[in-house]
Design a protein around this ligand. Structure first.
Ligand code: MLT
Length: 393
């Protein structure tokens, strides 16, 4: 047996695992300290009432002969696929129900979807980037091309025809920078992908944080995208499902390469490799797409947006450059005094017990930057903002 030797191309351990290890070691050495966690984007608010009620009802259903469900349809409960398609329709995106696939979350899906592509394809990753894009591509044995983004292009680089990406990862609102593509900027990527026969994997996990009416939530708001894009979405941040696990993926029927329909291939893949998302979780997820569900998740998102405001005010007072925070739950700041990002991580942990994420963990061009997640509690965020001002002011 020969193992998958591509694992040798990965960094020793995953970014968020590293951070967890470092903070664990710090806490073991300082058991009396309370950490203010603004590292991984994990939510702190509980699930909305409407979701909890639906989950309870679904559990009850599973205990009665008449309402019990065994295997679910692999690609998702038809009623939920309809509800998700209706959610897109509100923004003018018309999808057929069977272009929507219910998933167990975006991170699983970002890896699994690579099954649709030949190994010879290159993956183009705009960095800084969510590290799973690179890792999943490397595990699958693909060559990764890194396109660096920076302050000069607002962390939103546009394509140029000399790039050679077959599979293109785009994330907007971006993790980690919080930058959001405009319609025009996304159109440039869609046109590029259609010209080069590439496929865009559009990570829309943070779309619900867009407040600016003029910004696109979905790549399918862009003309031509159905011929070149797959969109991967998550309820983790939108509705607090990080521990509950559910998301959805849109694979349009117009997406065809070498005569093969990627939608039909994904049906084949899911029906082979999964037995669907559990009935109970899909019931909980469906509640989010009701009017009450939408109102309740908006209330939670408001709390996180307010956290972002507290951190942005602190950085404004300190005169530190940052982006994100406005249409995104992440704030991407420049480390003060030209500190490197892991040194800044250690400094904040040691001096004020605030945990963030070093920019270098998102790729080499993230060096010198630092990310704050705004998913903590308002109390912790207020305290962290105060400690930042006291330390760096
Ligand atoms: C992050 O902090 O970048 C995300 O929470 C990680 C994830 O979604 O897996």
């Amino acid at each position: 047996m020969k193992p998958n030797t591509h694992y040798a191309n990965l960094k020793d351990s995953y970014l968020f695992f590293n951070i967890a290890q470092k903070t664990k070691a710090y806490l073991e050495a300082h058991p009396d300290q309370r950490l203010l966690r603004m590292g991984i984007g994990d939510v702190s608010l509980p699930l909305s009432d409407v979701v909890i009620q639906a989950l309870h009802e679904a559990v009850e259903d599973q205990g009665k002969k008449d309402t019990f469900h065994g295997y679910m349809p692999e690609c998702g409960d038809p009623a939920l696929r309809t509800a998700i398609a209706a959610y897109y329709k509100k923004r003018g995106v018309i999808l057929e129900d069977d272009e929507v696939f219910v998933s167990s979350g975006a991170s699983d899906e970002l890896g699994d979807i690579l099954d649709l592509f030949d190994r010879e394809n290159t993956a183009l990753v705009i960095e800084p980037a969510y590290p799973a894009y690179v890792d999943a591509s490397l595990i699958a044995g693909r060559k990764v091309i890194h396109l660096p983004a920076g302050k000069e292009n607002g962390f939103l680089p546009e394509p140029s025809d000399d790039l050679a990406g077959d599979i293109i990862y785009l994330c907007s609102p971006n993790n980690p920078t919080g930058a959001v593509y405009s319609h025009g900027q996304l159109k440039a990527w869609v046109d590029y992908a259609n010209r080069h026969d590439s496929v865009i994997l559009f990570d829309a996990a943070y779309e619900a944080f867009i407040g600016d009416e003029n910004l696109p939530h979905s790549i399918f708001e862009i003309e031509g995208a159905k011929k070149c894009a797959i969109e991967i979405c998550s309820l983790s941040k939108t509705a607090g499902f990080t521990g509950t696990r559910m998301g959805y993926t849109v694979v349009p029927k117009d997406l065809v390469r070498e005569g093969m329909s990627l939608n039909a291939m994904w049906v084949r893949n899911r029906t082979t490799k999964t037995n669907g998302v559990s009935y109970i979780i899909q019931k909980g997820g469906a509640a989010i797409f009701t009017d009450r569900g939408q109102d309740q998740i908006r209330e939670n998102i408001k709390v996180y947006k307010n956290n972002a405001k507290m951190l942005m005010e602190a950085l404004d007072r300190l005169g530190i450059w940052y982006c994100g925070g406005k249409n995104s739950p992440y704030i991407w700041m420049e480390c003060p005094n030209r500190m490197d990002s892991w040194s800044f991580f250690d400094y904040l942990l040691k001096e004020i017990q605030v945990v963030g994420t070093p920019g270098e963990g998102f790729g080499a061009c993230g060096e010198g930057y630092f990310r704050f997640s705004t998913f903590g509690s308002p109390e912790d965020t207020r305290e962290a903002a105060k400690r930042l001002v006291d330390l760096l002011g």
